[in-house]
Design a protein around this ligand. Structure first.
Ligand SMILES: Cc1cc2nc3c(=O)[nH]c(=O)nc-3n(C[C@H](O)[C@H](O)[C@H](O)COP(=O)(O)OP(=O)(O)OC[C@H]3O[C@@H](n4cnc5c(N)ncnc54)[C@H](O)[C@@H]3O)c2cc1C
Length: 478
């Protein structure tokens, strides 16, 4: 029996597991996919929001502001790409200016520091590419950009390093209550836990219903994006939002921590697992973004993708005990990425309140560093290659990722098993050619190091085979 079973290893499950790993409790994280951070956590705007958007007095408002501060500290400690670039919400009309004033007021009530309403001219002085139609803007200096999947990975790795058990490829299929504990039924057998945390993202309603009466439903809302080449990455210095609406925070134009430009999202009702992008959705994103930053060159797009929001039609996260020992961290829509560290802290508090004894461990390893070959000086590169020749073999040309870095990520606490898993850890395939050159070489390395055939190497999720042999008929594995 473990003390706590966490269902789902997106950023919320990973943050909760890391928080609990500070204490003398046993934790098992159950994730149905073959890796962490493969749900909504890998497909979003990657913004750490300042916290002026949520309604004052809500849990969301409190956890957003606290989460943003903790995320800054955690990213530094765990070597997660992070940049505090600030954000602007721009106004095009009198009504928008009213919205700015409302957001400013909310922000002040929520405890967001440094907010300022500036004129259109001042906004253009800071962001020369802003449209001439921008009349005013809300400046939030504490907003930041981050690598969302690396944040999740860093949290999950820290949890594992400090004793949490991660069971990948393990889908929770049911829950039954015993005498003071839960039996968690999975497709890999049962596990008993004194407490269960539901961090199942867009499926958090399904997992909730396994333990408690039906009380909410996820109303999935898909957001589609353009990711543009690095040649567009300096078009803006900060995150440029338009005024939020009931549908979401609106279409933004933002630099990414990897040096690209991200533009999106729209908001359309969708199936909860439908990650398709659509011509109509992308056209809307393009035309709307041009209202704030007209010069974005969409011919420099290198990728489109979509993520699905776990909206529940409720103005707050759904956090709380739904049954004895069963804690929902459910309906974690935006700003869930930002709030994750604070949601985890709050979850630990709630568990303590429900009787879980939380004694600090004597030693909690809260440190992580990754070697990035391209960030080394010429001298450092030469020294490294002299000692370890695998760092002299560049696998991803666009991002200058070496074989040494790929081999190193295969020795981390949560090693990748897919081409995209390698990409999320070392950026191979993130560049202009999107893996056109390096993916076959990553397949070769994975095949060799995992002791499987190239045909068994997957692109991302289990079953997403990379290579097919059509001559064998039926698309058989190579
Ligand atoms: C378009 C869009 C833009 C966004 N932009 C931002 C932003 O800029 N800033 C911000 O703060 N937030 C943003 N968000 C919100 C943020 O991405 C989410 O709040 C956050 O990623 C949710 O994390 P999660 O761990 O709850 O969900 P997920 O990352 O989806 O993780 C849930 C995990 O649970 C697993 N799971 C589900 N069911 C089971 C089961 N039965 N058994 C085992 N495992 C299971 C899934 O496989 C998955 O890995 C955005 C969201 C979207 C969609």
């Amino acid at each position: 029996m473990v003390d706590v079973a966490v269902v789902g290893c997106g950023v919320i499950g990973a943050a909760a597991a890391m928080e609990l790993a500070r204490y003398e409790v046993s934790v098992a994280v159950l994730e149905r996919e073959n890796d962490v951070a493969v749900g909504t956590t890998k497909a979003n705007s990657a913004i750490l929001h300042a916290g002026y958007d949520p309604k004052p007095g809500t849990l969301m408002a409190r956890l957003n502001v606290r989460g943003a501060a903790l995320a800054k500290e955690y990213c530094e400690k765990l070597d997660v790409p992070y940049k505090q670039c600030g954000s602007l919400v721009v106004a095009f009309s009198e009504k928008d200016e009213e919205t700015l004033r409302e957001l400013y007021g909310r922000g002040v009530k929520n405890g967001v520091e440094g907010l300022e309403i500036i004129s259109g001219d001042e906004a253009r002085r800071r962001e020369p590419e802003l449209a001439g139609t921008v009349r005013a803007a809300l400046w939030a200096p504490s907003a930041a950009i981050v690598s969302p999947w690396e944040m999740c990975l860093a949290f999950a790795e820290t949890a594992v390093k400090n004793g949490a058990e991660l069971r990948l490829n393990t889908a929770v299929t049911g829950l039954s209550r015993g005498d003071g504990f839960w039996t968690v039924h999975t497709d890999k057998g049962d596990i008993e836990a004194r407490y269960v945390i539901n961090a199942a993202g867009v499926d958090s309603d399904t997992v909730h219903d396994m333990a408690a009466p039906h009380s909410f439903e996820v109303k999935p809302s898909r957001g589609e994006y353009y990711l543009l080449d690095k040649s567009e990455g300096t078009r803006v210095n900060s995150v440029i939002f338009q005024c939020p609406s009931e549908k979401g925070k609106g279409v933004l134009v933002s630099p990414t921590v990897h040096g690209n430009l991200i533009v999106g999202p729209n908001a359309e009702g969708s199936d909860r697992h439908d990650l398709a992008t659509t011509a109509g959705g992308l056209e809307f994103v393009k035309e709307t973004a041009k209202l704030s930053v007209p010069g974005v060159d969409f011919s420099k797009s290198i990728r489109n993708f979509a993520g699905v929001r776990a909206n529940t039609g409720f103005d707050d996260f759904r956090i709380g005990f739904a049954a004895p020992g069963f804690l929902d961290l459910a309906g974690i829509c935006s700003p869930g990425l930002t709030s994750a560290p604070a949601i985890a802290e709050y979850a630990a508090e709630l568990l303590r309140g429900a009787g879980l004894e939380l004694r600090r461990k004597d030693e909690f390893v809260f440190f992580r560093r990754r070697l990035r070959f391209k960030e080394l000086s010429q001298e450092e590169r030469e020294d490294l290659v002299a000692m370890y020749p695998e760092y002299g073999r560049v696998i991803c040309r666009c991002e200058t990722v070496t074989e040494g870095e790929i081999l190193a990520c295969l020795r981390t606490p949560i090693p990748p098993v897919s081409v995209d898993g390698v990409k999320r850890r070392v950026n191979a395939g993130m560049g202009r050619c999107q893996g056109g050159f390096c993916a076959p070489r990553v397949v070769e390395i994975l095949s060799r190091e995992l002791g499987i055939t190239p045909g068994e190497v997957v692109q991302d999720r289990a079953g997403m085979r990379f290579l097919f042999n059509e001559t064998k008929g039926g698309g058989e594995n190579v």
